[in-house]
Write a protein that binds this ligand. Structure first.
Ligand code: 4NP
Length: 192
């Protein structure tokens, strides 16, 4: 019997398996949130000036449009400390504004207290998730960490939210596309 290897096919199958496992792992946490009177979510990236403040703005609009503005506490933070106190990156603000979002968050660094203050902490990529695990004070706290890509439709074919800092306009648009998709799917899982 002959066996042929199709590397592209293998990659697609592995990607799909990873996504399915991811969704199972986080199902319990998210279904608990659906029963809560208040949902507190913290979005985290490296700099807290591009992806996570954009996620905060996108999520805020989605919950308001869904009539749940008063049920949600939404914030963002960075694992790094380079930009503390700054507004989001001007390029991110321009691209977000084109979609009707004003980003006014001031950069801050994620801290241990965040694991008490928030129900779920969503990291934009695997580096963010790894760094968040280092900050988590207990194994129970660590269970609150979920990668953003767990909520992004598999059809978008991204297993992380790519850092746009050294990219052009397309990088910022891609981030917003992935966040609009992931945040609306996250909201659908949690809504009352
Ligand atoms: P963010 O993007 O993690 O999406 O906010 C970055 C912002 C700043 C830097 C890197 C990524 N930086 O190296 O300063």
């Amino acid at each position: 019997m002959l066996h042929f290897r199709y590397p592209l096919f293998d990659n697609i199958v592995n990607f799909a398996k990873k996504k399915i496992n991811m969704e199972k792992r986080y199902e319990n946490l998210v279904s608990r949130l659906a029963g809560q009177p208040c949902v507190k979510v913290l979005f985290v990236c490296l700099g807290n000036i591009c992806r996570s403040p954009a996620a905060e703005g996108v999520m805020r609009r989605i919950v308001e449009e869904g009539g749940e503005g008063s049920r949600w506490v939404i914030d963002s933070a960075g694992t790094g400390r380079y930009h503390i106190g700054q507004l989001p990156d001007n390029r991110m603000r321009v691209h977000a504004r084109r979609r009707g979002l004003e980003l006014t968050h001031r950069c801050r660094q994620v801290c241990e207290q965040d694991f008490d203050d928030f129900d779920i902490i969503i990291g934009m990529d695997s580096d963010n998730v790894r760094n968040l695990r280092r900050v988590a004070p207990t194994p129970e706290a660590e269970e609150k960490i979920v990668p953003m890509a767990a909520f992004v439709d598999m059809a978008m074919r991204y297993d992380h939210i790519p850092d746009p800092y050294y990219e052009g306009a397309e990088g910022f648009e891609l981030v917003l596309d992935l966040l609009e998709n992931g945040c609306s799917r996250f909201f659908a899982c949690c809504r009352k």
